[in-house]
Design a binder for this molecule. Structure first.
Ligand SMILES: C[S@@+](CC[C@H](N)C(=O)[O-])C[C@H]1O[C@@H](n2cnc3c(N)ncnc32)[C@H](O)[C@@H]1O
Length: 416
């Protein structure tokens, strides 16, 4: 069975009925936001963005290579994901353009959350005041965390800032969606009581009025978020992508600022945390990132949604790939035999398919490549599943093999 390399710019994944719909665009934020305008202007309900912070650093992802590293959850090669080394002018130029486009994409009921730290904060605050209007600033959220080392040369920096603006006064914010029962009861200078149903409550008298608070009553977060920790080294949520934010943080943002079925946008999506929060919450989503490794993460975190990956095929010649195909009654069984990709830094004594991170079988159709069966390595299933079966369907049978650096290569199956 011969495999013919083909260029694909849209990869379609189907989810269950009525599941959220999404797009993940691999590429530059400005170019992709401009391309979204004709269809999505005024349609986005919430934008969250976590752009580079002007740190001057480079960021990496440790990728696992082959069965053993996946199963042990150790080892791998560190690949650069992005370099945060823009000058201040370049940085603010990029953010200005991205924010202008997001402003146009937001609906009148929409809101934006811009996540930054102490370095970029004053500049971005002024930019947002100018573009969204000072009166539309809703909160300067302080996200406090404990992770990381302690400094002796100054106080340790243990917070980020999330600037929260509405587009117009007709914004639709839902505080009830993010109320939680506090882990700690109210401070105990209040009197403690037990009501006839056995529920504990506290009371305090102020200006002749008695205020009561039940311990099990959900409470809304304030603008200081201390209850959501950064991901720890061994956190099962970790993808290996530096700068990954916790899902709990994005769940809060997505839930208070949008409702099921509405559209969430993240133009610097990284490891796709926002998109996963949207998918889980039944919201539609659009994510953009220019680091190719994010595509491999998207395929894992967006499983179950109806989504499309928009990415130009790599320019390199496609590596030699071999597969065998058998036809059963109403289905094809495809076995991946060989994938000779050259990746600097990979151990030479590795197994032949070690460089494969994930692969799929599907059909080339007018809309692009439609995935029918896919496999991505996980900690539980580190060994590559080499066999995938797909139903007979319209279009040309094809497969996509993605290497550990995030490049995806597509091949049409030519039957002899
Ligand atoms: C701080 S990370 C985002 C992390 C993300 N919130 C998460 O939870 O994983 C910033 C991201 O912006 C991306 N990026 C930087 N400049 C970009 C640009 N001009 N266009 C698109 N993506 C860009 C980087 O590749 C990186 O993934």
């Amino acid at each position: 069975m011969a495999l013919r390399p083909v260029n694909v710019s849209r990869e379609w994944h189907s989810g269950v009925e009525n599941c959220p719909k999404g797009i993940f665009c691999l590429g530059d934020a400005v170019e992709n936001l401009e391309a979204l305008l004709p269809e999505y202007e005024g349609k986005v309900k919430v934008v969250y963005m976590d752009p580079p912070f002007m740190t001057g650093d480079r960021f990496y992802m440790r990728v696992r290579v082959g069965e053993e590293q996946w199963q042990k959850g150790r080892g791998g090669i560190a690949l650069e994901t992005f370099s945060d080394q823009m000058s201040r002018d370049e940085y603010l130029g990029l953010l200005r353009r991205v924010l202008e486009l997001c402003h146009r994409l937001l609906s009148d009921a929409g809101m934006i959350f811009v996540h930054i730290d102490y370095r970029a904060h004053p500049h971005v605050r002024l930019l947002l005041d100018e573009l969204f209007g000072e009166d539309n600033l809703l909160n300067e959220i302080i996200w406090v965390y404990q992770s990381g080392g302690r400094s002796v040369r100054h106080f340790s920096r243990k917070h980020d800032v999330i600037l929260f603006y509405r587009k117009t006064a007709r914004y639709d914010f839902n505080i009830d969606a993010v109320k939680t029962v506090p882990a700690q009861p109210k401070p105990n200078h209040m009197r403690r009581h037990v009501d006839p149903d056995g529920r504990i409550y506290r009371s305090i008298r102020s200006n002749g009025k008695v205020y009561t608070y039940y311990d099990d009553e959900p409470v809304a977060p304030t603008d200081v978020w201390q209850d959501l920790n950064h991901l720890q080294q061994k956190d099962p949520e970790r993808t290996g992508y530096d700068a990954q934010k916790p899902l709990a943080l994005l769940n809060r943002i997505v839930q208070c600022a949008s409702r099921p079925g509405e559209l969430v946008l993240d133009p610097f999506a990284g490891s796709c945390t926002t998109l996963e929060a949207a998918r889980r919450g039944g919201r539609d989503f659009i994510g953009i990132d220019r680091c190719p490794l994010t595509v491999n993460i998207a395929r894992r975190r967006l499983a179950g949604a109806d989504y499309c990956i928009e990415a130009a095929s790599p320019l390199d010649p496609a590596p030699a790939c071999e597969a065998s195909v058998d036809m059963g009654v109403g289905f094809y069984r495809v076995v991946l035999e060989r994938f000779d990709v050259d990746i600097p830094g990979l151990p030479e004594d590795g197994a032949p398919l070690d460089a494969v991170d994930n692969w799929s079988v599907g059909y080339l159709r007018p809309e692009g490549y439609r995935v029918m069966a896919e496999f991505a390595r996980t900690r539980r299933e580190g060994a590559l599943r080499r066999e995938l079966s797909v139903p007979v369907y319209s279009g040309e049978l094809a497969l996509c093999v993605s290497d550990v650096t995030g490049r995806s290569f597509y091949y049409a199956v030519e039957r002899e």
